[in-house]
Design a protein around this ligand. Structure first.
Ligand code: C2E
Ligand code: MG
Ligand code: MG
Length: 699
């Protein structure tokens, strides 16, 4: 699913951003320059325009003053015709003429200065010289100067002079000579100045439009040739980065082998489901799937086979479950499933069963076909757990229980949890039991079924638990399975029996051989044998004061030959060997033929069937017959009634054990039943049953 190796995008996004930044800066600089140029051009154009406006205005002003002067001068000339006109009227008229002449000259000077400033204007300098204006202005100035000269002369002439020279033809001549021509020139100049200022505005419009077009072109070209490709690259880079991140996320949340969710995304989904539960009370279920004997496949056929199996399981789960269910591989051969909305134990169980079926299908691998089975534990939220830790613990527990059955489903229930917790506590205390001398031995007699005479004991261990009191072996032996604890317990039992035997024998009793139940592990090595040797040595006993009971399971042990060697060593010392719980295990006739045992113990379950179940009775008869024909003693355990005793005696079984005779009791009580050594010999000498005699003969 995730085939391609993970590689980073070639160029980093920062580099692109940096290069875009550079180009952007360049574009901004270019545009700023263009905008500045536009602005300056506008300023220059407006400046020229305003100078031209001023010139036009001053020229108009000068024209008006000129007209006033012409009128005033004509008025003075006409007034001169009347010699009786008093001086006080003439004088102000002359003053007015002088004032007007001064004004017109001042305006001329101003216009001259303006002409110079407009000559410094950049646009004016760049555009072709305005010869027409220069020409018009020059001519106007010359004519105006001439006119002013004449006006000055008229104003300054004496009264007589004025009357003679100007009073009649003067005004007409004055008007013809200067007035009309000047007026035309003024009009031309003003019109021309106005035209020129319009040109300035047009220039400004043209230049700014050109520059703005340049700005727009810069923007368009930059986006097409500069930012376009850069953005495209950036988009590609971004796409690559996104894909890279997507694959990283996928890797972080997916199990590479199966493509399922991994533990971290499973935890995330679980958190979400608990969130949903809190928000709207939506419950869900969880299944924990574990493959049975997966290690054997991995070790025996190699990892490729293991991988094929794991992929098969992933597919099987995907096929069985809904798309909305979260399927994850938590690690190794452990899978987990979250099922939103499933809150019914029966529904959950049937889903789990379907998953088990799908997983059990053949897996083609390397030309052969593999098979694997799975155990599933399940629990429902919120019925069984209120938080994630609690749920994991409980599903684990359900799986643990399921694993003991293999290929089974166990949905969690409270009673199972209580049992398990109690077991856990017991297991912890069990570790210390041997060191604290908490193991005690009870003795149950083996008796002659015909006479009831005592023949020996079976030692049965009990655990004196500090809080729970005396516990039977059924409560704690299963917890010891597969641990070293059973060694300490067996040693404690053997040494307790050794001490009790010594005490009884010293007191003159005849306890007979005491059978010890010896677990396989202690038969494989020499340890069990050494325990007995120690007890014999320390208490001054004989080896034959002990007997050993082993169960049929030893025949399945891979080290059966080592067990056989140990048994042979016991035999050498005359220790009797019993085959315990006969009929419930795996002994075959071949085993019975070859294994050197002395006694066959018919299991309590058959004895229990006497009088109720004809088949059990048949089997008992067959077992007794078998024992007799192999030359072995036959012992029946669990005899509770007189009827059972009678049936067994009639069938030919001569030794028995059971509550009908005595319950397992502590040494002090059991000892009270023991015959004196001499009495026992006497009893057997004169008329004990034939079977009892055979037993004594063995000792
Ligand atoms: P087992 O060796 O078959 O012992 C006989 C069991 O039958 C004993 O149970 C005994 O109390 C019980 N029993 C005897 N007569 C009757 C009867 O008339 N009716 C009923 N209902 N039960 C009867 P117990 O003491 O609970 O021991 C159970 C098993 O625990 C033993 O079965 C033996 O396999 C194992 N065990 C006991 N002590 C030891 C020990 O010291 N070491 C080992 N390795 N296993 C032991
Ligand atoms: Mg036994
Ligand atoms: Mg038994």
């Amino acid at each position: 699913m995730i085939g391609k190796p993970l590689s980073k995008p070639r160029q980093s996004v920062e580099q692109y951003i940096r290069s875009i930044g550079r180009h952007y800066l360049n574009a901004v600089i270019v545009m700023t320059l263009l905008i500045t140029a536009t602005y300056l051009t506008m300023l220059v154009a407006l400046d020229r325009h305003s100078l031209q406006q001023k010139i036009s205005f001053l020229t108009s002003n000068q024209f008006i003053r000129f007209q006033q002067l012409a009128n005033q001068t004509r008025a003075l000339m006409r007034a001169s015709a009347d010699p009786s006109l008093p001086e006080y009227i003439i004088i102000p008229m002359r003053d007015d003429i002088h004032r007007a002449i001064g004004d017109i000259r001042a305006i001329s000077a101003e216009l001259h200065a303006l002409d110079r400033s407009i000559g410094g204007n950049l646009l004016e300098r760049l555009s072709p010289r305005d010869e027409l204006t220069v020409q018009l202005r020059r001519e106007l100035n010359a004519r105006l100067e001439d006119f002013l000269g004449r006006a000055t002369r008229i104003a300054e002439a004496s009264a007589e002079d004025r009357r003679q020279r100007y009073s009649f033809w003067g005004p007409i001549d004055f008007a013809v000579a200067a007035d009309s021509l000047l007026m035309r020139q003024f009009a031309d100049l003003i019109g021309h100045a106005n035209d020129r200022s319009d040109v300035s505005i047009d220039n400004a419009k043209l230049i700014s439009t050109g520059l703005l077009a340049l700005i727009a072109a810069t923007v368009i070209l930059a986006s097409i040739f500069l930012f376009g490709p850069l953005l495209k690259k950036l988009r590609n880079e971004h796409r690559q980065t996104m894909a890279f991140e997507k694959r990283l996320t996928l890797l972080a949340h997916t199990d590479a082998l199966t493509g399922l969710n991994n533990r971290s995304s499973f935890n995330f989904a679980l958190g979400n489901l608990f969130g949903e539960l809190e928000r709207n009370g939506a419950g869900f279920s969880m299944l924990l799937v574990d493959l049975d004997r997966f290690k054997n496949i991995n070790d025996g056929l190699g990892h490729p086979a293991g991988d094929a199996v794991l992929r098969h399981v992933a597919r099987a789960l995907q096929r069985t479950l809904r798309a909305s269910d979260v399927i994850a591989r938590l690690g190794g051969d452990e899978f987990a499933v979250l099922l939103p909305g499933i809150r019914d134990a029966a529904a959950l169980e049937s889903i789990a069963e379907r998953a088990i079926e799908a997983i059990a299908a053949d897996i083609p691998f390397d030309g052969r076909s593999l098979q694997v089975s799975a155990s599933i534990g399940g629990a429902i939220v919120p019925d069984h757990a209120a938080d994630e830790a609690g749920l994991m613990r409980i599903v684990d527990l359900a799986l643990y229980t399921a694993k003991s059955g293999r290929g089974t489903t166990v949905i969690f229930d409270e009673a199972a949890l209580a049992r398990r917790l109690e077991e856990n506590q017991l297991s912890l205390a069990l570790v210390l039991a041997a060191d604290r001398n908490e193991f005690v031995v009870h003795y149950q007699p083996k008796v002659d079924l015909t006479t009831g005479a005592h023949l020996g004991f079976e030692a049965l261990v009990r655990w004196q638990h500090p809080d729970l009191g005396l516990l039977p072996p059924g409560r704690f032996l299963p917890l010891m399975e597969g641990t070293q604890l059973i060694r300490g317990m067996t040693r404690a039992v053997i040494s307790a029996v050794g001490r009790d035997l010594k005490a009884w024998k010293t007191a003159g009793f005849a306890p007979g051989p005491v059978s010890i139940n010896l677990p396989e592990v202690l038969l494989v090595g020499q340890e069990g044998y050494e325990f007995f040797a120690g007890a014999v040595r320390e208490n001054g006993l004989e080896w034959r004061d002990f007997a050993v009971e082993i169960t049929e399971d030893v025949f399945l042990n891979r080290s059966a030959d080592r067990i056989l060697a140990t048994v042979a060593r016991f035999h050498q010392h005359g220790v009797s060997i019993s085959l315990d719980d006969f009929g419930t295990g795996f002994a075959s006739l071949v085993h019975l033929r070859d294994f050197p045992f002395d006694e066959l113990k018919i299991d309590r379950s058959f004895v229990d069937g006497i009088g109720k179940d004809a088949r059990s009775e048949q089997i008992i008869r067959a077992m007794i017959h078998l024992a007799q024909s192999l030359g072995k003693r036959c012992v029946a355990e669990g005899i509770e009634t007189e009827g059972q005793r009678r049936f067994l005696t009639d069938a030919g079984c001569d030794v028995g054990q059971g509550y009908h005779f005595a319950r397992p009791e502590p040494a002090a009580l059991a000892g009270k039943r023991l015959p004196q050594r001499a009495a026992a010999i006497d009893r057997h000498a004169d008329g004990a049953s034939a079977a009892s005699r055979r037993r004594l003969a063995l000792r």
